[in-house]
Design a protein. Structure first.
Length: 490
C-alpha cells in the first residue's frame, strides 16, 4: 500500500512534465509568448527543481520524509491551479517556478522511502523498477489524458488533473506511509541551501543564455557567480560536522558514474522530446489525442524495461546493462536525423519504443546504484542527488537543444508580409497564417515547418552524440559495480 502511494506521487510528477509539451501549441496561441519565453515556460520548473532537490532531500532526512512528501503534495495541487489560470507569459513562468518548489519535495522523498521500506536488495530493485515504470507510465498517461482534455477544454485543464490525484495521495498517504528520518540529522544549514540554489540556477542560466543569445556580458557573470557559489557550497559541506549532502560520495566511481550517466542521458533526450508534440501537431497536423497516443511506445518500452532491469544487471553486469541501454537510445536518436515533414509513423513509433526501453533500463539500474551507495539514514540526500542530475539534465537539454531548434527555425525566409511573430515560434507562425491570404499563408506554413523540422533533426544529431558519449562513460565508470544480492544488515 505504501509503495502504491509513492507510485502515485511519481506518476503525477511525470504526467505534469509530459502534459505541458502537448499543451504548448495551445498555450502559445493563447498567451503568445516569445520564443525565449516559451523555452522559459518549458524549463522554469526544472531549473527551480534542480536548484532545490538536494536541499529538500536533506530536509526530508531531518524532518521526516512522509511529512515533507505530504506537505509538498498539498502545495503541488494548489499551485497547479495558478498554472491553469495564468493570463500572461510572465505569470506562467512564475507559476511553473513555484510548481518546481513543490515538486522538489516529492521525488527525493519517494525514492528515500523506498530505500527505507525495502531492506532486501532484490525486493528493493523490483520496487525501484516499479517506481521507474510508474514514471514511464506517467509519460504515457500525460499525453493521452492531456490530449483528451484538449479536445474539449482549454489548455489550463491539463494542470487541474493534478488536484484529485494529489488529494487521493495525501488522504491515503497519511494512513499507509511509515515516517522515516535520520535519527541524528544535525541542523538544516540555510547558507548551504542558498548556495546550492544560487550555484545551480546561475550555471544553468548562463548555459541557457549563451545558447540562445550568444556570449553577452550577463553570461560570463552568471557562470562565474554560479561556479563560485557551487565551490563555496562544496567547501562548506566539507567543513560541516553534518553536511546537507556528503560530497565525499562522489569519490566513489560507481556513484559518480551513475549520476553522470543520468545527467547526460536526460540532457540528450529532453530538448528533443520537448519539441516532439509540436512536431506531431503543428507539422504533421495530428489532433491532440492522436499526438498523445503516438507517443505511447516510449512509455511501453520504459515500463517493460523497468520491470526487468534489476534482474538483467545481476545476470550480466551493471555497466553492460546501463551502457547498452544508453547506446540503444543514441542509435535511435541518430535515426531521427532523417526526420522530414512527411516521415511515416512506423519509423517514429519504433524509435520511441527503443528510446523508452533504453531509458527504462538505464534509469532503474543507476537509481539502484545511487541509493545503495549510502547508509539508509542518508537516503533522502542520495535520492536528491539522483533527481538533481535528472532535472538539471532536463533543464540543460531544453536550454541547449531547444535553442538549437529555435535558432534554426528563426532563420527561415517567409513570403513578403510575414509578421515578426511568425519567427518567434512555430505556434506563432500558425496563428499568423490564419490572418493572411490563402496562398501567402500556405507559403509561410511550408517555410516555417521545413525550418522547424530541420532544427529538430539537427537537435536529434546532437542528442545522439551525447547519448553515445554517456554510454562510453558509463561503461568505463561503472566497471566492477554490482547490485547488492543478499539481505541488508543493519
Amino acid at each position: 500500500m505504501a509503495l502504491g502511494v509513492l507510485v502515485l506521487a511519481v506518476l503525477l510528477v511525470a504526467v505534469d512534465a509530459t502534459v505541458l509539451g502537448l499543451a504548448t501549441p495551445y498555450l502559445g496561441e493563447d498567451l503568445q509568448p516569445s520564443g525565449t519565453q516559451l523555452l522559459w515556460i518549458g524549463d522554469a520548473y526544472s531549473f527551480v527543481l534542480a536548484g532545490l532537490l538536494v536541499s529538500m532531500g536533506s530536509l526530508g532526512d531531518r524532518i521526516g520524509r512522509k511529512r515533507l512528501l505530504l506537505t509538498g503534495a498539498t502545495a503541488f495541487g494548489l499551485i497547479s491551479v495558478l498554472n491553469a489560470y495564468a493570463q500572461t507569459p510572465g505569470t506562467m513562468i512564475v507559476a511553473r517556478a513555484l510548481l518546481g518548489v513543490a515538486g522538489a519535495t516529492l521525488m527525493p522523498s519517494t525514492l528515500a522511502l523506498i530505500r527505507n521500506l525495502f531492506h532486501d536488495p532484490r525486493e528493493r530493485s523490483l520496487a525501484i523498477g516499479i517506481w521507474s515504470a510508474a514514471a514511464s507510465a506517467g509519460m504515457a498517461i500525460g499525453p493521452i489524458a492531456g490530449g483528451a482534455l484538449l479536445e474539449h477544454f482549454w489548455w489550463g485543464s491539463v494542470f487541474l488533473i493534478n488536484l484529485p490525484v494529489m488529494a487521493l495521495l495525501v488522504v491515503v498517504g497519511m494512513k499507509t506511509l511509515p515516517e522515516s528520518r535520520n535519527p541524528s540529522p544535525g541542523p538544516w544549514d540555510l547558507p548551504s541551501v542558498l548556495l546550492s540554489m544560487a550555484g545551480m540556477i546561475g550555471v544553468v542560466y548562463a548555459v541557457k543564455e549563451a545558447a540562445a543569445a550568444g556570449f553577452s556580458w550577463p553570461v560570463p557573470a552568471a557562470a562565474v557567480a554560479g561556479a563560485a557559489a557551487l565551490r563555496a557550497f562544496v567547501r562548506r559541506q566539507r567543513s560541516l560536522p553534518v553536511p546537507v549532502v556528503d560530497v565525499r560520495l562522489f569519490r566513489s566511481r560507481g556513484f559518480s558514474g551513475a549520476v553522470l550517466s543520468d545527467l547526460l542521458t536526460v540532457l540528450g533526450l529532453s530538448g528533443l522530446l520537448f519539441f516532439l508534440s509540436q512536431y506531431l501537431q503543428l507539422v504533421q497536423e495530428r489532433r491532440p489525442i492522436e499526438a498523445g497516443l503516438a507517443e505511447l511506445p516510449a512509455a511501453v518500452g520504459a515500463v517493460a524495461a523497468g520491470l526487468v532491469a534489476g534482474a538483467a544487471a545481476r545476470r550480466f553486469s551493471v555497466r553492460v546493462v546501463v551502457a547498452g541501454g544508453l547506446a540503444m537510445i543514441g542509435l535511435a536518436l541518430a535515426v531521427l536525423t532523417t526526420l522530414g515533414r512527411t516521415t511515416g509513423y512506423p519509423l517514429i513509433g519504433v524509435v520511441l519504443l527503443v528510446v523508452g526501453f533504453g531509458a527504462g533500463v538505464a534509469f532503474t539500474v543507476t537509481s539502484d546504484v545511487i541509493l545503495t551507495a549510502v547508509p539508509k539514514e542518508q537516503a533522502g540526500a542520495a535520492a536528491a542527488v539522483s533527481e538533481t542530475a535528472y532535472e538539471l539534465g532536463a533543464a540543460l537539454g531544453i536550454a541547449l537543444l531547444g535553442s538549437v531548434v529555435t535558432n534554426v527555425y528563426q532563420g527561415f525566409t517567409g513570403p513578403a508580409g510575414t509578421p515578426e511573430a511568425a519567427h518567434e515560434s512555430l505556434a506563432g507562425a500558425v496563428v499568423a497564417a490564419e490572418h493572411l491570404p490563402g496562398e501567402t499563408a500556405g507559403e509561410l506554413l511550408h517555410a516555417a515547418r521545413e525550418a522547424f523540422v530541420d532544427g529538430v533533426a539537427l537537435a536529434a544529431g546532437f542528442g545522439a552524440a551525447l547519448l553515445l558519449l554517456a554510454s562510453a562513460a558509463a561503461f568505463f565508470l561503472l566497471r566492477g559495480q554490482k547490485l547488492a544480492d543478499g539481505p541488508v544488515r543493519h
